[in-house]
Design a protein around this ligand. Structure first.
Ligand code: ZN
Length: 219
């Protein structure tokens, strides 16, 4: 009876489970090397995580429910699927899902709550990439001292006056830009306050002068 029921479910799903597992793995690795490795996306060791990716990869672009993934594992006599596939987003794999509380991968309202889809193998998870870039460029210990050294002769990047201490001024205000260490320059408190009061953005010239960017007026 149970067997009959299982076959019934399998026949009614769009989930694909045909290719030999070693061929799937070979193809995935080839695609990963071609498109994802250079971005630092991790290729998991054999086990749950890899099996989960192979399942989504065989169904690339098609959303799968957690139950369908369980079936995929069962059909292949693999150890029971642990329902944790969403964590591959943190390794850089570009999945989308229907769970509206997700923060590490993109939410698609076309998908139901329990569905996950490997969107593409040709680019990394954009939310992961943004976070990665942010971490890479975020001011680390010693960076601020390096920046002050660069501006030793210039002083405040905006007015050029010299002080004992400077604020960490931002050239651009965008949520993303402001994390980038190339966006941080020494500003005296009054220039920094002035910039913040008028929400100014600055462009740094080759003489280390931060000049306010004149925004186009709407005509
Ligand atoms: Zn100043």
């Amino acid at each position: 009876m149970f067997l009959l029921k299982s076959i019934y479910i399998w026949q009614n799903t769009k989930m694909i489970c045909n290719l030999d597992l070693s061929i799937l793995k070979h193809n995935l690795k080839k695609d990963w090397e071609k498109y994802l490795k250079q971005h630092g996306v991790k290729f998991p060791q054999d086990g749950q995580r890899l099996n989960g990716i192979l399942c989504l990869y065989e169904n690339l672009g098609t959303p799968l429910s957690q139950d369908e993934m369980i079936e995929w594992f069962q059909k292949r006599n693999l150890p029971e699927y642990d329902r944790q596939i969403r964590h591959i987003a943190d390794d850089g794999w570009y999945i989308i899902g229907g769970n509206t509380r997700a923060t590490r991968y993109k939410v698609s309202l076309d998908l139901s709550y329990a569905q996950i889809c490997l969107k593409t193998i040709k680019e990394p998870n954009p939310l992961w990439s943004a976070g990665n870039l942010k971490r890479k460029n975020f001011l680390e210990a010693g960076d601020w001292e390096d920046i002050l050294e660069i501006f030793k002769d210039r002083g405040c990047a905006v007015c050029g006056l010299h002080f004992n201490n400077y604020d960490k001024g931002h050239l651009l205000n965008g949520a993303f830009d402001s994390y980038n260490k190339n966006n941080i320059v020494p500003m005296c408190s009054s220039c920094n306050n002035w910039g913040q009061m008028y929400n100014l953005e600055f462009k740094l010239d080759k003489n280390l002068r931060a000049r306010p960017i004149i925004k186009k007026r709407n005509v």
